[in-house]
Write a protein of this length. Structure first.
Ligand code: NAP
Length: 293
């Protein structure tokens, strides 16, 4: 069994990005600049946004954090987005989700200029991804593709079972794994909460990508020998071995399945670190006008 080390792969990406930033500085060019919009005081959202801003500093990017009141009107939020779209200093920006209930998330995402949509959530980017055109790929799926590449996982002709169909992970992942290029060319089955007898699919899978938010869901009776398991889940579970009384667990029962896997991502330290690394990579692409010329 081989552990796919997302922390190591993400550090390699950061080292490449730092070199790129140094080169830009030496050439007297502008460094990439990411802005993040945070609405309200959701503690998880604050943590995610702070981690993104901190990573910008670490790789040498410019960053702008725009904190807005929980009660901001949709119209005022759209004005902020309009300003970011038209600010030449900002190469790319994200609006941290979820947004307060009175704001229409789709309307906000659609207001982001696709060439600055480094989260890759805009319908234009998702459509371009689907059509095999240059596009910003959502960060978590892109991170998973980079992990598969780094671990040299064979994908052509394999059966990949994706569990979970969210717009940010499962659905784009299923499209990417079926693409006519590496790491793709899989036969893909997309499972979700209404799938009957899910183990009939997981038992046939060469690669399983799990993104459901259910701790310890995947057990050894559900998989075949030699499977590759990519565990996206991040679940807080109670623990008697940590000071806080909590620990993070994936959607797979790691200890139960590990001996049957050829490769597996740990939680934490697997897919998680790749998400911000991919966002940083997208921001570089945005600053270099690589996707939208
Ligand atoms: P989500 O929007 O809550 O979607 C969950 C998906 O799982 C849905 O499609 C749901 O089916 C399906 N599902 C739920 N229970 C199931 C079951 N028992 N059997 C089969 N399918 C089931 O989730 P998400 O945003 O994609 O996140 C999933 C997990 O990944 C969470 O733990 C989240 O914290 C984690 N995550 C991690 C990262 C990272 O950077 N590592 C990034 C994003 C998310 P229906 O569509 O039928 O409801």
């Amino acid at each position: 069994m081989k552990l796919i080390d997302g922390k190591k792969v993400s550090e390699e990406i950061y080292n490449d990005l730092k070199i790129k930033v140094e080169q830009l500085k030496q050439q007297g060019q502008k460094v990439p600049h990411l802005a993040a919009v945070l609405v309200g005081n959701n503690p998880a959202s604050q943590t995610y946004v702070n981690a993104k801003v901190k990573t910008c500093h670490e790789v040498g990017y410019g960053s702008t954090l725009i904190k807005l009141d929980e009660n901001i009107t949709e119209e005022d939020l759209l004005k902020e987005i309009y300003d970011l779209n038209n600010n030449p200093e900002i190469d790319g920006f994200i609006v941290q989700l979820p947004l307060p209930k009175h704001i229409n998330e789709n309307k906000v995402i659609e207001a982001i200029r696709p060439s600055k949509d480094v989260d890759g959530f805009h319908p234009v980017n998702l459509g371009r991804m689907m059509l095999n055109q240059p596009a910003f790929i959502p960060a978590t799926p892109m991170g998973i593709m980079k992990l598969l590449e780094a671990a040299k996982i064979e994908t052509q002709g394999k059966h990949c079972v994706v569990i979970g169909r969210s717009h940010i992970v499962g659905s784009p992942m299923s499209i990417l794994m079926a693409k006519n290029s590496y790491p793709g060319n899989c036969t893909v089955t997309l499972c979700h909460s209404k799938t009957k007898n899910i183990e009939e699919f997981t038992k046939q899978a060469d690669i399983i990508i799990l993104a459901i938010g259910k701790p310890y869901f995947l057990k050894k009776e559900m998989i075949k020998e030699g499977v590759v398991v990519i565990d996206v889940g991040i679940n807080r579970v109670t623990s008697t071995t940590t000071k806080s009384g909590f620990k993070l667990a994936g959607d797979a029962d790691f200890d139960d399945i590990v001996s049957k896997c050829s490769h597996i991502t740990p939680v934490p330290g697997g897919v998680g670190p790749m998400t911000i690394a991919s966002l940083m990579y997208n921001t570089l692409l945005a600053s270099q006008k690589n996707i939208y010329k």
